[in-house]
Design a protein around this ligand. Structure first.
Ligand code: URA
Length: 224
């Protein structure tokens, strides 16, 4: 299947699942609609989710973790082996390396970040997530974003950056710009595992992207 076809299938599936987003998790009170959704509720739903075949091979679901009021939300692709074992995002080598990026801009995991992925279960052998798997899982991420309302999102890697920008381009072309996603400033960058494989090529652009994150953070602090 070529890339355009994959993207078209993905957006078609997304339209089907968007109906799901418009229902549930809300209550009427004297004419006002109040959301009763919560990160805990979403994590519970994810833990018993059977919407795609990844439920057959996962060990633990990985809903995401961190601050409920983060300075920055980081969105990766999918859990790897370490995350599938622990149920926590970005705990393997790539995640530990990403902690160093955050250190460089004075952000701490539990205090300043919420970390999650486009899909919440590990694809076998770390293969790319399939379009139907992403479409089935994306409503969970959108509900998390509705609750957290991040001002800034850092998408790491090609897959999460393509899904959130809606653009079918390589990460080298997507990065270097600030986009909007559900009210947040979205900054795409390389995936930490890619940078670990090829630091000579990717370390410098990642540092540029982190400086952009810092500019956005500083702008928010100035306006508060
Ligand atoms: N890579 C990701 O994209 N996400 C994780 O949680 C771990 C590795």
């Amino acid at each position: 299947m070529d890339n355009n076809r994959i993207l078209t299938d993905f957006w078609n599936l997304l339209n089907i699942t968007s109906d799901y987003l418009k229902t549930g998790d809300k209550e009427e009170h004297s004419g006002l609609t109040i959301s009763t959704d919560s990160l805990e509720k979403i994590a519970e739903e994810i833990s018993v989710c059977t919407k795609c075949k990844l439920c057959e091979t996962r060990n633990k679901t990985v809903p995401g973790s961190g601050s409920v009021n983060p300075a920055l939300m980081i969105i990766g692709e999918a859990p790897g082996a370490d995350e599938d074992k622990s149920g926590l995002p970005f705990v393997g080598r790539a995640g530990q390396y990403m902690d160093k990026w955050m250190d460089a801009i004075s952000l701490e995991r539990e205090k300043h970040l919420f970390l999650t992925n486009i899909i919440k279960c590990r694809p076998p052998g770390n293969r790319d997530p399939h379009p139907d798997e992403m479409a089935a899982c994306l409503p969970f991420l959108q509900r998390q974003i509705n609750i957290i309302k991040p001002a800034i999102i850092l998408s790491v890697g090609r897959i999460s950056s393509q899904v959130l920008t809606g653009k079918n381009e390589g990460i080298g072309r997507l990065r270097g710009k600030v986009y909007k996603y559900r009210g947040a400033s979205l900054i795409p960058t390389y995936h930490p595992s890619g940078v670990l494989r090829n630091p000579e090529e990717y370390r410098k652009p990642v540092w540029e992207d982190l400086k952009q994150v810092k500019v956005c953070l500083d702008n928010i602090n100035l306006n508060e």
